[in-house]
Design a protein around this ligand. Structure first.
Ligand code: M1P
Length: 255
């Protein structure tokens, strides 16, 4: 089935994390990366698996207003909770359906109180972002500038603001069946256990691929690429940054 859907290509699926693997964090894809992906797509089936929501990933990966769901054979946003194959949406679940309004309210109320009491150098806006498959919590606020994001990242490395927040939530909501994942620079994601990036594999594991490769930068334990990188269904590749991704792709796939 795979072969006939992707004629002329090998039976290998190559999946990529987005931030710091295909692009610099929250930035747009470079012409060099686009070219390498176009070459790779002639040989194999390609897809991305991002933690961010679909709109943000599209902004990062669209070149000259191209459509990411056409550029990539598989498009997985929010760890695969929003999913497309060959431009068509695949069925998905939602965070709120999993949790229910009655359990969600105490969680978000606790988060908002905690954020309000947090004394950090600056705060901006959008502290809790409600997505289809997760909520994203940022002490700084999601509409900070790139410079403000970078400053927060440095500050957080020293002060452990997110790590401490996550620890409190893990203890307080231990019976909720949730994962708290620090994936980016200024925030952390909260989603049902098992809805990490391996969720995306549910869409492809029975499609008959002989190899599924995954490239990501946060492949260490605790990073948001760890589970899919270490999963026995994938061949994991750890990268430093987008330039390293290009280098490894050229070496491994001779492009
Ligand atoms: O790298 C993936 C993460 O990217 C963003 O994180 P931040 O804004 O903290 O840099 C978020 O979209 C987050 O959900 C995602 O996991």
């Amino acid at each position: 089935m795979v072969a006939s859907e992707f004629p002329g290509r090998s039976n290998k699926l190559i999946l990529f994390d987005v931030d710091n693997t295909l692009t610099r964090a929250r930035q747009t894809i470079t012409p060099a990366m686009t070219k390498v992906l176009q070459e790779l797509k002639k040989k194999a089936v390609i897809g991305f698996v991002g933690g961010s929501d679909f709109v943000k990933i599209s902004e990062q990966l669209s070149v000259n207003r191209s459509n990411v769901v056409e550029d990539f054979d598989y498009a997985f946003a929010e760890n695969g909770l929003t999913a497309y194959k060959l431009g068509k949406p695949l069925p998905s679940q939602s965070f709120i359906k999993f949790l229910g309004e009655e359990r969600y309210k105490p969680l978000v109320n606790f988060i908002l109180h905690y954020l309000a009491d947090l004394d950090i150098p600056i705060k901006r806006g959008t502290f809790v972002e409600f997505r289809n498959g997760m909520i994203n919590v940022s002490p700084l606020g999601r509409n900070a500038t790139i410079a403000e994001r970078d400053e927060f990242e440095v500050y957080d490395k020293k002060q452990g603001i997110r790590a401490a927040f996550v620890k409190v939530l893990q203890e307080k909501f231990a019976d909720y069946g949730l994962t708290f994942s620090i994936g980016g620079k200024i925030s952390f994601d909260i989603f049902p256990r098992g809805w990490d990036k391996t969720y995306a594999l549910r869409h492809v594991e029975h499609e008959g691929y002989e190899e599924i490769h995954f490239f990501g930068d946060k492949t260490y334990k605790g990073g948001n690429d760890y589970e899919i990188f270490a999963d026995p269904r994938t061949i994991g590749h750890s990268v430093e940054n987008p330039e390293d991704t290009i280098k490894q792709l050229k070496e491994i796939f001779q492009i």
